[in-house]
Design a binder for this molecule. Structure first.
Ligand code: ATP
Ligand code: MG
Ligand code: MG
Length: 350
């Protein structure tokens, strides 16, 4: 059978490996850190840094196609891998989503709406950006942020020096603060032959910048629901994308704004493990392996809850609940803010 290479060995890589095994594939994980969640479920795991040319070469030569669960793989590593094997989703999808400014330029370039934004590297640029965008606003590093890390909120222009200091000299982007009604996301897939399938939009609740719950279905009007799916399809087609994509959206009175995109399976798509015949992980493997996309239609209403840090201590009680599916990532220490697992609860069979 074919072997799928996965860059990154976190929980997303772990669940992709399980899905791939179920379809008869072998998985080879490439991950710089030891004791990665995916290492103990994959067929093979290479533990080596992203600048190890010999390890990267051997990894690429051992697989048929390379995908990723982590979008910050260094460019030189990707260049080397791409000279040997196809990378799906493609390099443009990665480049666009690695950099918040490239991402917003791309999204507005295909006619979508994002929060007002301006690139900021210096105090003068921040002052100019505040003069144009105003406060409240959020300063974010353009690269490497996740779970709300690398962000500073400004409630008034007086917050500018502290916000800039929080960026630690990294290139940043100032975004207008959007007073959204709710946050939703669309998990969608595009196959090798260009077909597109979207899962039902989910409604997301964040706390301290970290996703806590996703509720399916999201409270959206029929028009908003189709807008959300059409936005995802437009992004997939514009990028000539292959695989699963996550699109985070702000729902406002004047329409949907794109917050950010993730070129991979997405935390807010974990509900599909309980709510769909084909979940986001199988869908991604199908797409990158060139299979037809599967049936992701929702057959149940689901609430996904992340188990973060000490939440893991509730697992013995959760294990007694009816209609609840538990996923644990096999991570050792329950540090604050660390995603340890999630549960999918059947909300109402439909
Ligand atoms: P992720 O883990 O989703 O990749 P991230 O670190 O990239 O997170 P964002 O998605 O940019 O962070 O922001 C995290 C959350 O902060 C958003 O889901 C939203 O709740 C809030 N937020 C971010 N930007 C804005 C904005 N411009 N206006 C209002 N709220 C915002
Ligand atoms: Mg993000
Ligand atoms: Mg986000």
């Amino acid at each position: 059978g074919a072997t799928i290479g996965i860059l990154g060995g976190g929980q997303l890589g772990r669940m992709l490996s399980v899905a791939a095994s179920r379809l008869g594939f072998r998985c080879h994980i490439y991950e710089p850190s030891t004791n990665a969640p995916a290492a103990d479920v994959a067929h093979r795991c290479t533990t080596a840094p992203y600048d190890d040319v010999a390890a990267l070469t051997a990894f690429a030569q051992s697989v048929d196609v390379v995908t990723y669960e982590f979008e910050n793989v260094p460019t030189a590593a990707l260049d080397l891998i791409e000279s040997l094997r196809p990378i799906r989703p493609n390099r443009r999808a990665l480049a666009v989503s690695q950099d918040r400014i490239a991402e917003k330029d791309f999204l507005t370039g295909i006619g979508l709406t994002v929060a007002p934004y301006a690139a900021v590297s210096t105090a003068d640029e921040l002052d100019a950006a505040i003069a144009r965008i105003g406060t409240p606003s959020i300063l974010k590093t353009t690269r490497l942020g996740y779970d709300g890390k690398g962000q500073a909120r400004l409630t008034s222009p007086a917050d500018a020096p502290a916000a800039l200091a929080a960026m630690q000299g990294a290139p940043s982007v100032l975004e207008g603060f959007i007073a959204f009604d709710r946050e939703v996301s669309v998990i969608a897939a595009r196959g090798l032959s260009g077909e597109v399938a979207a899962f039902d939009p989910g409604e997301n609740v964040h706390r301290e910048g970290i996703l806590r719950t996703t509720t399916i279905p999201a409270r959206l009007s029929p028009g908003q629901r189709s807008d959300a799916v059409l936005i995802a399809a437009r992004i997939l087609n514009a990028l000539d994308y292959v695989g699963v994509l996550g699109v985070e959206l702000f729902v406002t009175k004047s329409g949907l704004l794109v917050n950010e995109i993730a070129p991979r399976v997405h935390n807010s798509g974990h509900w599909t493990q309980l709510g769909s015949a084909v979940d986001q992980f199988e869908q991604h493997i199908r797409a990158v392996a060139g299979w037809p996309l599967g049936d992701g239609s929702r057959h149940a209403d689901v609430v996904m809850e992340n188990l973060i840090g000490d939440d893991i201590a509730r697992v013995p009680q959760i294990a007694r609940e009816a209609g609840t599916q538990i996923h644990l990532y096999g991570k050792g220490e329950a540090r604050p803010g660390r995603k340890m697992g999630h549960v999918n609860r059947l909300a109402r069979p439909s």
